[in-house]
Every structure is written in C-alpha cells, then in structure tokens.
Design a binder for this molecule. Structure first.
Ligand code: SF4
Length: 231
C-alpha cells in the first residue's frame, strides 16, 4: 500500500468513526492568528472563551493595539499566561501595522504557502504551527499545522519517523498528505488523538485504525483494555 493510499484509508475510517469534519469556513486571518496565539498551552475551551471575550471587549484590532497591556491581560485571563500572551498579541499587531500601515493579513491570500509561512514566522511569537493554522484556516492553503495530537498519532501510525522532530513534521506531513485532504486530515487526526489515541492511555482496544498502526505497544494497551472489561 502506498503512503497516500494508507492516508486515504485512515481518513475513511476516521470519518466513519467520528463523522466528517465541518466544512472550512475561511475565517479572517488576523482573527485566526490571535486565536491561535491564545490557544498556546491551554485547552480549546479556555482559549475560545478568551478570544470571544477579547472580541467583545474591543471593537477592532486597532483598539487592542492602543489598549494597556494589563487591560488586555485581564480580558484574556481564561487563556492562561495572560501577561505573556497580551504582550505577544500587542507585539504582533504592532508589527503588522508597522509593515502594512493597517492591521490586515488578507494579502497573504496571493502569497505562495512558502512565502506566507515565511512572512508569518517572521513575526515575533509566531511559530510554524500558528503560521500554518492561519494559512490553512483562513485561505485553505495546503500546509499542515502539527500540534501535539498530530505529532503523537502520526508517529504511532508510522507516517513520520521515530526521530522526526515537530518542525520537520510540518514539512514532511505537508508533503505526504494529498493537498485536498490536508484540512480533513488535520481535524480527523486531532479528533482521534483526543478521543482514542490518548497520550498516556491510548484506547487501542476500540481503535478504528488499529490494523494500520505501527505503535509497538498497541497489543499491550489492547490487552489491558480487554482485561479491564472482564474484571
Ligand atoms: S492502535 Fe492505539 S496507538 Fe495505534 S492509532 Fe489506535 S489508539 Fe493510537
């Protein structure tokens, strides 16, 4: 089986198990950028709450830029590391305004994915995952954001090597996943990582892609679950 066939098979099984991911909405790129910065080191629930509160408290990104850092930190407190994130957000907004004369990233639409990544990663506090999220979720560009779930699950599945680092994984997965499937793959693997292929206790006994997985300890976790069920 080719790697592309394996990926297609995995996605088919994940879609059967969890349903098809919601359609891509192409949100405003500055919104996606700030939302992703807020999501660093916290849960989706907390970061989305902080983002909604930030949008409700300020009418525009210019108003956020003009606000006192302590005020922003108070508004986004649910996201954790509020002082650091407030400073980071202000720094990013200030740099975009300095370069573009206004706070917009819509022009990235005409950039190649490579140039878009380069532009975004040149903003202080923006790493490969955040940059890839902006390009994928705002413009549907073919770049794979790799978070901890994707990194762990693709390693267990044998799609990336044991020694592959997270930065390399962005490039490698972007290359091997068929372009039109990147969005579905990203969401599907995250869902699988959250619900089944958990970090400490993967639920291999009920895994829909067990047969395609190369994780050495999968038999151990499968057996442990069936023992748990018996007792
Ligand atoms: S078999 Fe286990 S380790 Fe492999 S993908 Fe499924 S849950 Fe993850």
């Amino acid at each position: 089986m080719t790697i592309s066939d394996k990926i297609k098979k995995i996605l088919k099984l994940l879609s059967k198990a969890y349903g098809r991911p919601k359609a891509l909405e192409k949100d405003d790129p500055v919104d996606v950028l700030i939302r992703t910065v807020l999501s660093q080191n916290t849960t989706d629930k907390n970061s989305l709450k902080a983002f909604a509160e930030l949008k409700a408290a300020f009418k525009s990104w210019d108003k956020v830029l003009a606000a006192d850092t302590r005020k922003i930190a108070g508004v986004i407190r649910h996201a954790g590391l509020a002082n650091i994130k407030a400073r980071r957000i202000k720094g990013i907004l200030a740099e975009i305004k300095r370069r573009e004369d206004r706070i917009t990233l819509s022009f990235l639409n005409i950039f190649t994915a490579k140039d878009g990544l380069e532009y975004l990663e040149s903003l202080k506090g923006v790493g490969p995952k955040t940059a890839a999220c902006v390009l994928l979720f705002s413009f549907g560009k073919s770049v794979m954001p790799v978070d901890t779930h994707i990194f762990r699950v693709t390693k267990r599945l044998g799609l990336i090597g044991e020694d592959t680092g997270i930065e390399e994984a962005h490039e490698f997965l972007t290359k091997i996943v068929p372009k039109h499937l990147i969005y579905e793959f990203h969401l599907g693997i995250i869902e699988h990582g959250r619900r089944t292929c958990r970090a400490q206790t993967p639920r291999c006994g009920v895994c829909c892609i067990y047969g395609l997985c190369r994780f050495e300890k999968k038999r151990f976790f499968k057996k442990r679950q069936s023992d748990d069920t018996k007792s």
